[in-house]
Write a protein that binds this ligand. Structure first.
Ligand code: NAD
Ligand code: UD1
Length: 341
């Protein structure tokens, strides 16, 4: 019998790519999503790619009653990968109550239901945002968690702490928090990818939408940082590489290979790229010239960050494989495919 994994937020960007990888590895996938930041056709796309339709439940994690009915009707779930959260940093500053309620409340309800139904294995989507601007680069998991720059960032810190506390309390729960750096790119099929609602806040979708003619011009937020070309540096990671790490993480828990009941790993490539380098890569792979303009720095941006991935490389036996051109090209292929539909 196939092992069952529940993915919350599974119609979203990273969740859908993870669903594809898990189905291809022979798992049965259940998806919960309230479609607040994704669309139901993604279930069709996952089916087109894998030949298997994941079971989908349109449930808000804040709806305890529906959540309980879901768990009552779906037994033998081996593990949960919890992506569902609101993730726009700027919006979280405008709507802190919504972010705390959705991201913390959703996680609490999920953990309570898992406790009730004796589901032990939990993988949580965290973020490198917990490090703020690190004092030392590349940043390791031992670096201190800095005061959060936004309610969104704070929800990641608090969720990590909730997870740690529940595990410490002697519950059956075991958990892995994965701290993502900057996921970009799309599946090779061009059938799933990043689908931001409204005006994109993140760099790659802004670039591809500008190239496609949906946005007029990309603003480069600052060229006066203390970096080689003056623009900010980030560790961009291909979303399929990221998705693969989730399979390793959940299998590590299922097969009891974890060293401690709570573990945490950086997921990046270990390389930093500047905004100008990303633009250059995009122009190279697309053959287009991007319309962009240097604007003032964006509030809340850190100057530079990239991951020390030694722990994930050694412990998980995982390494990001795709290079920056593969990332920008796949994002561009997805943008064009999606717009043609
Ligand atoms: P996404 O918005 O594409 O996916 C999240 C999904 O969760 C969406 O489909 C949304 O509809 C759903 N959702 C939100 N609240 C829900 C609720 N209360 N009940 C049910 N479903 C709900 O985002 P993503 O980029 O795929 O991110 C996935 C996770 O990874 C998030 O937790 C995010 O904070 C984290 N993360 C993302 C990034 C990034 O740059 N994309 C970086 C670090 C961490
Ligand atoms: C942000 C969050 C991070 C979150 C992630 C996903 C911060 C500090 N970090 O990452 O916690 O997990 O989003 O939502 O807020 N840029 C431009 N022009 C644009 C857009 C971006 O120049 O139109 C630049 C930014 O200044 C930054 C880089 O591109 O230097 C990447 O930005 P972005 O994609 O928004 O991600 P982060 O801010 O790194």
């Amino acid at each position: 019998m196939k092992k069952k994994i529940l993915i919350t937020g599974g119609t979203g960007y990273i969740g859908s790519h993870t669903a594809v990888e898990l189905i291809e590895k022979g798992y049965e996938i259940l998806i919960i999503d309230n479609l607040s930041n994704s669309e139901e056709f993604i279930i069709d796309s996952i089916e087109s790619i894998t030949g298997t339709r994941p079971k989908f439940a349109n449930i808000d994690l804040l709806d305890v009653e529906k959540l309980n009915i879901f768990f009552a009707n779906n037994d033998n779930i081996e593990g949960v990968i919890h992506f569902a959260a609101a993730k726009a940093v700027g919006e979280s500053v405008q709507k802190p109550l919504y972010y705390y309620k959705n991201n913390l409340g959703g996680t609490l309800n999920l953990l309570e239901a898992m406790k009730q139904y004796h589901i032990e294995n939990f993988v949580f989507s965290s973020s490198c945002t917990v490090y703020g601007q690190p004092d030392k680069l590349p940043v390791t998991e031992k670096a201190p968690v800095k005061e959060a720059e936004s309610p969104y960032g704070y929800t990641k810190q608090v969720c990590e702490n909730i997870l740690k506390d529940v595990i410490k309390s002697g519950a059956e729960l075991k958990g892995i928090a994965l701290r993502y750096f900057n996921p970009i790119g799309a599946h090779a099929s061009g059938l799933i990818g990043e689908l931001p609602v409204g005006v994109p806040a993140n760099l790659l979708p802004y670039i591809t939408q500008t190239a496609y003619g949906i946005r007029e011009q990309l603003s480069v937020f600052g060229n006066d940082y203390n970096t080689p070309d003056g623009s900010c540096i980030r560790d961009y990671i291909h979303v399929v590489d990221l998705a693969k790490a989730h399979i390793i993480a959940i299998e590590r828990l299922i097969h009891k290979k974890n060293k401690t009941p709570y573990e945490m790993f950086n997921l990046g490539t270990g390389n930093g790229f500047s905004v100008f380098e990303i633009i250059k890569s995009f122009e190279k792979v697309s053959g287009l010239q991007l319309n962009y303009k240097v604007e003032p720095r964006r509030a809340g941006d850190i100057e530079q960050i990239w991951a020390d991935t030694t722990l994930a490389n050694n412990e998980l036996g995982w390494k990001a494989e795709k290079n920056i051109d593969e990332m920008t090209l796949s994002a561009w292929v997805w943008e064009q495919n999606y717009r043609k539909q």
